[in-house]
Design a protein around this ligand. Structure first.
Ligand code: ADP
Length: 422
C-alpha cells in the first residue's frame, strides 16, 4: 500500500481553506493548513509535506517569498510547490515561476480538476515556462522584493520610534509615581518610628504582646514599602540609563563595616556566621559610596536570606595584579540552577519556588520583586565592573550554596590612581 501523501496548504482565507481541505481529504490526502506564511514555513520544516499549495497574497510574506525560502532549504528544495491564487495575469504568473514554483493554478478552484492536478504535481510534473519572458519578470520580482523590504523597514522604524516614546512615558510615569509615593511614606515611616519610641507606646508593647506584634508589623511593612519604592526608582533609572554616579574615594573598610553593622541584628537572630579577613579591607577605590553600599547590601541580604539558620557566609576581597578589585559573597544556601544563573540579573526575575525565599530581607510574603540583582548589575556596570554568580545548582536538601562575584576597577576612567591603604 502506498503511503498517503501529505499536502500543506498555506492560505489565509477561511472559505478557500475549507473548500480545498474538503476536496483533498475526500481524495484521501493528509491535509495540513497554515494561515500565515511564517507558520507555513515552520510547518513545512516540521512535517516535510509531499506537496505545498500556497496562496500568493498572505498577511506576512508572499507565496513567492515562501517558495524562495523553501527552495533554499536542503530538506525541502525538491518538494513541489504550487501557487493557488486569484492573480491570473500572465506577468504575475511569470514572477511566481521566477521564485521557483513547480506550478501555477488560478482561483476559483476547479473542484472537478483539483485532485487530478495535484496528483500530477505529486508525480513530479513541472510546468513549461517561456524562458525569454522570464528576464523581465525577474527584474520586476526583484524590484517588488526591494520595495516590500523598504516598506517593512520603514514600518519597523516607525514602530520602534513609537515604542521608544511609549517606553519613555512608562519610565517617566514610574519615576513620578514612585517619587510621589516616597515623600508621604518617608513621613509615615518617621512618625511611626517616633510613636514607637514614646514611653507610653513602649510600655504598651511590653504589656501587650498583641500590640507589640501588630505595631512592629506595621513599622516593618512601612519599611518594606519604602525599600520597594526605592528599588523601583533606582531600577527605572538604571533601565533608562539615567543613573548618575557621584564618585568619591571610598575606604572599603568603612563600607564593609557599615554593611555588616546594618545586618548585625538579623545575623544574630538567625545565628549566622560571617567569615572575613579585615586585612583585605585596607584598600580604597573610586566609586559612588551609596550605590556600592546598596549593591553589596543586596548581595549580603540575599546571602542571609538563602542561608539556613546557623549557616556561614564568606566574604572575600582581593586586589588583583591588574589593579581590579574582586569581591565575593559566598553563602551556604539552596544554590542556583545553571539555567537561572544569567537570568536572575534581569528585572523582575525570581527563580524557582518563592516558598524557598522564606526569610526575605524582612518577611514580605516570601520573596521580593526580583529587582535586587538587576540593581546590583546596573550599579556595578555603571562602575565599569562585572558581576556574575557561580553555583553547582539549586538543591534545598544538600544546600550547595552560591558565590556572587564582582570585579571592579579600583579607579574609574578620568580619575587619578589610588594608593592602597587608608
Ligand atoms: P529580590 O530583590 O526579590 O530578592 P533578586 O534580584 O535579589 O530578587 O534575586 C532574584 C532571584 O535570584 C531570587 O528570586 C532568587 O531566586 C535568586 N537568588 C538571588 N540570590 C540568591 C542566593 N544567594 N541564593 C539562591 N538564590 C538566589
Amino acid at each position: 500500500m502506498t503511503p498517503v501523501a501529505t499536502i500543506l496548504y498555506i492560505e489565509d482565507d477561511k472559505n478557500s481553506q475549507r473548500l480545498v481541505e474538503r476536496i483533498l481529504k475526500h481524495a484521501g490526502y493528509n491535509v495540513l493548513i497554515a494561515s500565515r506564511a511564517l507558520e507555513g514555513i515552520d510547518m513545512a520544516r516540521q512535517y516535510k509535506p509531499d506537496l505545498i499549495l500556497t496562496d500568493i497574497n498572505l498577511p506576512d510574506l508572499s507565496g513567492r517569498e515562501i517558495t524562495v525560502r523553501l527552495r533554499n532549504d536542503a530538506s525541502l528544495k525538491d518538494v513541489p510547490i504550487v501557487a493557488l491564487t486569484a492573480q491570473s495575469h500572465a506577468f504575475e504568473r511569470d514572477k511566481t515561476f521566477v521564485a521557483g514554483v513547480s506550478g501555477y493554478l488560478t482561483k476559483p478552484v476547479n473542484i472537478n480538476l483539483l485532485t487530478q492536478t495535484v496528483e500530477k504535481y505529486l508525480q513530479g510534473h513541472t510546468e513549461e515556462v517561456n524562458i525569454d519572458q522570464l528576464g523581465a519578470a525577474q527584474r520586476a520580482y526583484n524590484r517588488e522584493l526591494v520595495e516590500r523590504l523598504e516598506a517593512n523597514v520603514r514600518d519597523l522604524e516607525a514602530s520602534n520610534r513609537s515604542l521608544k516614546r511609549i517606553d519613555q512615558l512608562k519610565d517617566d510615569f514610574i519615576q513620578l509615581t514612585a517619587h510621589e509615593l516616597r515623600t508621604p511614606l518617608t513621613t509615615v515611616y518617621g512618625y511611626s518610628s517616633l510613636v514607637r519610641s514614646l514611653p507610653v507606646v513602649q510600655q504598651l508593647m511590653l504589656q501587650h504582646a498583641d500590640f507589640h506584634a501588630s505595631f512592629s508589623g506595621l513599622v516593618e511593612s512601612i519599611d518594606r514599602l519604602h525599600t520597594v519604592v526605592d528599588e523601583i526608582i533606582i531600577v527605572s533609572r538604571i533601565a533608562s540609563g539615567r543613573i548618575d554616579l557621584k564618585p568619591n574615594r571610598i575606604l572599603l573598610d568603612n563600607l564593609m563595616h557599615s554593611i555588616l553593622t546594618s545586618y548585625s541584628t538579623i545575623l544574630e537572630q538567625r545565628n549566622q556566621y560571617v567569615e572575613y579577613n579585615e586585612d583585605d579591607w585596607q584598600t580604597a577605590l573610586i566609586g559612588d559610596y551609596d550605590l556600592l553600599d546598596l549593591a553589596l547590601s543586596n548581595l549580603m541580604g540575599n546571602a542571609i536570606k538563602y542561608t539556613p539558620d546557623g549557616g556561614t557566609i564568606v566574604l572575600g576581597i582581593a586586589v588583583q595584579p591588574d589593579n581590579k578589585l574582586h569581591i565575593s559573597v559566598q553563602d551556604s544556601g539552596i544554590g542556583i540552577d545553571p539555567d537561572d544563573q544569567r537570568l536572575i540579573f534581569d528585572q523582575f526575575y525570581t527563580a524557582g519556588d518563592t516558598q524557598l525565599h522564606s526569610t526575605s530581607k524582612t518577611a514580605f510574603r516570601g520573596g521580593g520583586l526580583g529587582l535586587g540583582l538587576a540593581i546590583c548589575r546596573g550599579i556595578i556596570e555603571a562602575h565599569n565592573g562585572r558581576i556574575w554568580v557561580e553555583s553547582a545548582g539549586c538543591d534545598p536538601e544538600t544546600m550547595p550554596g552560591s558565590t556572587f562575584l564582582i570585579e571592579l576597577p579600583l579607579t574609574q576612567p578620568g580619575t587619578t590612581a589610588l594608593q592602597r591603604g587608608k
